[in-house]
Ligand binder design. Structure first.
Ligand SMILES: Nc1ncnc2c1ncn2[C@@H]1O[C@H](COP(=O)(O)OP(=O)(O)OP(=O)(O)O)[C@@H](O)[C@H]1O
Ligand SMILES: [Mg+2]
Length: 462
């Protein structure tokens, strides 16, 4: 008979859990503290351990680390919604999965069934994408819409390789979380993951931050400094906002990526590096090349494996799932039981989400604060209450290129005017011909432009 150990400090929850596990044909031991659990482990090694993250005498993570050394027990962490970050850390250390409270009983049963009949040679393993399809998430990424499943498929394929992955997508589409997830899924997950936002540090410092420097190599370099590349040794380096990196440095970066070696500033020795690089941008990389912000040769190198993160407006199926998750997280932190009204969900569906998942998360947070019990449309910011046809806002990050801002403004206006080009041109204060010229250019650049096929494009009647 397979054996399980359940560890949780809440005795009621623990009893219910133990009963459930026994019902699936396991013998079960329970423990309410770390110490308790360690004693149980001395007597009998379980096939599966379900461990609460927060225990009175420490973190369930410690137990996970101990169990991982022998690798004979499958570990599932149990966490609150508020602890998802730690859960991801647990996956990194070696936990097979994590479950959030309240438990998804169907999912737990599936896991137990798999462990119970774990004849390693016989059981067909469900693929991570199939699992993600059921659970609605992969690592830190939530979503079960077709565009997200497609992302999961690509990520699961590329994660175990050392290929440079380039996440491209609008602000708030989850490039950061996708990058972290990729690291967790890779063979490098025990080694460091270092994110560097190329747009956030002073251009003059990026070089020494990335490649390091030797003592005395410039004023202020009092001792040898290891850069991100060296510190990420064996692990993953995430270069966020890559097109913000000064162009001269992009040359140097490309050389490092190609040779796998670097020379610290002021040094003469080459240092071999073993780092998987992930890059991201929220701009159109081809446009960044045209504007001279991104070197074409670097783009080629990064484009070995580009992953286009879908904007939220193309993931309608995920709106409820994401909104529910964010609300559950807030409810748990505040120990409340607030819920959405239908009109709030409708407003979510009608809104185009220019700020993507980040915007949704913020909107839910705001509504949560505004609501007593029920989050209804009245708790939403006015831009979501406008309904169709009303003026909507376009949110632009400071530093957006003018051409980019113009493109988004034009497309948003056209969308708001339901594709009526005359009205859109009037509102924008440009001639219809100008509008058509722009739209044709966007279309040529691969942008999706509404109703441009075979209509009067380029007629130029004004
Ligand atoms: N698929 C997703 N599942 C869960 N959370 C998500 C998802 N996508 C984004 N988020 C959340 O939205 C916020 C923004 O995500 P993230 O920082 O990864 O976006 P980004 O694409 O890097 O944006 P930017 O271009 O502005 O840096 C974070 O709080 C993140 O947790
Ligand atoms: Mg980001």
């Amino acid at each position: 008979m397979p054996h399980a150990l359940a560890v949780d400090d809440d005795p009621n929850f623990l009893n219910a859990l133990a009963e459930l596990i026994e019902g699936q044909g396991f013998t079960t031991n329970t423990a309410t503290t770390l110490q308790d659990a360690r004693e149980r482990l001395l007597h009998k090694r379980p096939d599966i351990a379900l461990i609460d993250l927060r225990l009175p005498d420490g973190s369930g993570m410690e137990l996970l680390r101990e169990l991982e050394r022998t690798r004979t027990t499958e570990v599932i962490m149990i966490t609150g919604h508020a602890d998802v970050d730690s859960a991801v850390e647990a996956l990194r250390i070696g936990a097979t999965d994590y479950l959030t409270k309240p438990l998804d009983v169907a999912r737990l049963k599936e896991i137990l069934a798999r462990v119970a009949q774990d004849d390693p040679s016989a059981t067909p393993q469900t693929s991570p994408v199939e699992e993600a399809e059921k659970s609605g998430r992969l690592g830190l990424l939530l979503g079960a819409s077709e565009p997200m499943l497609d992302i999961y498929r690509q990520m699961v394929r590329v994660a175990p390789t050392d290929a440079t992955v380039f996440f491209i997508g609008e602000s708030g589409t989850g490039k950061d979380v996708a990058s972290q997830t990729l690291h967790v899924l890779s063979a490098r997950s025990d080694a460091p993951y270092l994110p560097l936002n190329c747009g956030a540090i002073t251009p003059t410092l990026i070089e020494s931050e990335l490649f390091g420097h030797e003592r005395g190599s410039f004023t202020g370099a009092a001792k040898r400094h290891k850069g991100y590349f060296e510190r990420a040794h064996g692990g993953t380096l995430f270069l966020d906002e890559i097109s913000e990196m000064p162009i001269e440095l992009q040359v140097k970066l490309l050389r490092v990526l190609e040779t796998g070696e670097l020379v610290r500033i002021g040094g003469d020795q080459t240092v071999e590096i073993d780092v998987r690089v992930i890059a991201a941008t929220n701009r159109d990389p081809n446009e960044a090349v045209r504007e001279g912000k991104l070197r074409e040769d670097l783009l080629y190198r990064l484009s070995v494996f580009p992953v286009h993160m879908p904007p939220l407006r193309e993931r309608d199926d995920d709106l409820d799932l994401l909104a529910d998750f964010f609300l559950a997280q807030l409810n748990e932190q505040a120990e409340t039981e607030k819920s959405f009204a239908d009109d709030a969900r409708e407003a979510f569906r009608a809104y185009p989400w220019p700020g993507n998942v980040r915007e949704l998360k913020n909107v839910v947070h705001r509504a949560f604060i505004m609501a007593d019990e029920t989050l209804d449309a009245a708790c939403l910011p006015s831009r979501l209450r406008g309904g169709s046809g009303a003026a909507r806002n376009l949110s632009l990050a400071v530093g957006t290129a003018i051409a980019d801002a113009e493109r988004r403004l034009i497309l948003a206006t056209l969308e708001q005017q339901a594709g009526d080009k005359k009205r859109a041109a009037d509102l924008l204060g440009v001639s219809l011909k100008t509008l058509y010229n722009r739209l044709n250019a966007y279309k040529e650049a691969g942008e999706r432009v509404p109703e441009m096929d075979g209509d009067e494009a380029g007629e130029g009647e004004e």
